[in-house]
Design a protein around this ligand. Structure first.
Ligand code: ADP
Ligand code: 5GP
Length: 203
């Protein structure tokens, strides 16, 4: 039975735990599960590696990629551009890999509009207060950037109604368990199961 891979979109406000949950899922060595690598104009943070965390490009090259229709979706997020490379993701899906896109809410909505087969999972923080604490404790942004991200969070949460699934990230392990269950169930959806090989015609 051959199945094309699943396109899984994990999205939600900054600081809600998307990256942590993806890391947890990948550490479980789930067969055929991969994380897509996005292209960004953001400068690499300390420790980030080209081709592992992101493909880092300047704005001119990013715009060329937009013009050449090389993205499944792209968006401007907090002053930088981010995009999902089409060839990279489609090659893997065609090999039967399940590919996770960890992207912002604008990107998720664009994937939903362009590709019916995308599975959209919204990661909700347990509360606004907890979201604030998580961003503050992560310590990767300036106070100004944190304020910007929190201002966007409410707008992003309103977009959750476009998604297929909603997971509250109160515990990393339990959020990842729930996502694993979703992936299991999605694989057995009638539209994804190839039953051509079964022949039930009477002789
Ligand atoms: P995002 O990728 O959505 O911006 P991160 O994965 O970077 O968010 O998580 C933001 C911060 O919250 C990190 O410091 C992470 O360790 C912490 N965090 C993530 N999930 C949880 C959780 N369930 N409980 C407590 N802290 C969490
Ligand atoms: P960061 O700069 O913290 O790595 O990411 C900032 C935001 O950009 C996060 O919400 C992240 O999910 C989002 N992001 C990362 N890659 C992509 C992408 O390819 N497309 C879109 N639309 N958003 C992305």
């Amino acid at each position: 039975m051959s199945r094309k891979g699943l396109l899984i979109v994990i999205s939600g406000p900054s600081g809600t735990g998307k990256g942590t949950i993806c890391k947890e899922l990948l550490s479980r060595n789930i067969p055929n599960l991969e994380l897509s690598i996005s292209v960004t104009t953001r400068k690499p943070r300390t420790g980030e590696i080209e081709g592992l965390n992101y493909f880092f490009k300047d704005k001119t090259d990013f715009i060329k990629m937009i013009e050449n229709n090389e993205f499944i979706e792209y968006a401007k997020v907090y002053d930088n551009y981010y995009g999902t490379p089409k060839q990279y993701v489609f090659d893997r899906l065609n090999e039967g890999k399940d590919v996770i896109l960890e992207i912002d809410t604008q990107g998720a909505v664009n994937v939903k509009n362009a590709f019916d087969e995308g599975i959209l999972i919204f990661i909700m923080p347990p509360s606004f207060e907890e979201l604030k604490n998580r961003i503050l404790n992560r310590g990767t942004e300036t106070l100004e950037d944190i304020k910007k991200r929190l201002r966007c969070a409410n707008k992003e949460i309103r977009l959750s109604s476009y998604y297929d699934y909603l997971i509250v990230n109160d515990s990393i392990r339990s959020a990842a368990d729930k996502i694993e269950n979703i992936l299991q169930a999605e694989k057995y959806k009638m539209k994804r199961v190839n039953i051509d090989y079964l022949n039930f015609e009477e002789e």
